[in-house]
Design a protein. Structure first.
Length: 183
């Protein structure tokens, strides 16, 4: 059920909240979680008795819940279509949203203009974001180069310090010995 709701109400459902289980207690817990986190937000609460009937797999209960859910989804999708384009041009909007009818009908000019403007705004936003990505990638390359330069500088100074701290000194009869300078 959570996977079905995830398809129609993706912002409300986190499928990871529901653990697979065969016990009635685990099923009741999953149904209660679904009721509290999702069904309450879409205005389709289930009662405790219904949850217990669903958990114990009583015949006919899931069919009733699924039927109610189907009606809710259809109602919400129709409301979304109406709110997207307004009430005054509902008949024209249906032709825009129904692909079979689009081939035979024209779209009202104001809807076309609005959709075209939204498309252009989204293209502009994508362009700006791509420029930002390119800029940030260039900054990362510069920082990586700077890190490499500083690392090389540290290694060079470490080698130079090692060379200056250990110098050969000739003692007595030509036998060389290394001595360490105390800094």
């Amino acid at each position: 059920m959570a996977e079905l709701l995830k398809r129609y109400y993706p912002k409300h459902v986190d499928v990871h909240n529901y653990v697979a289980g065969n016990s009635i207690a685990k099923k009741a817990d999953n149904w209660s979680t679904l009721n509290r986190k999702v069904l309450s937000k879409i205005d389709m609460r289930l009662g405790k008795e219904t949850i217990n009937q669903l958990a114990s797999s009583q015949p006919g209960v899931i069919e009733k819940v699924l039927s109610d859910l189907r009606a809710k989804i259809l109602k919400d999708s129709n409301a979304d279509k109406e709110s997207l384009y307004g009430q005054e041009d509902n008949k024209e909007v249906k032709s825009v949203l129904n692909p079979e009818e689009v081939a035979n009908k024209t779209v009202p000019r104001h809807i076309f203009t609005r959709l075209k403007q939204e498309l252009q705004e989204k293209k502009d936003m994508i362009s700006v974001l791509q420029q930002r990505i390119s800029h940030l990638e260039n900054i990362m390359k510069l920082k990586d180069q700077r890190i490499d330069d500083l690392t090389a500088q540290i290694i060079r100074s470490s080698i130079e310090r090692d060379i200056t701290t250990t110098r050969p000194h000739i003692i007595g009869s030509g036998i060389s010995k290394f001595s360490t300078k105390l800094a």
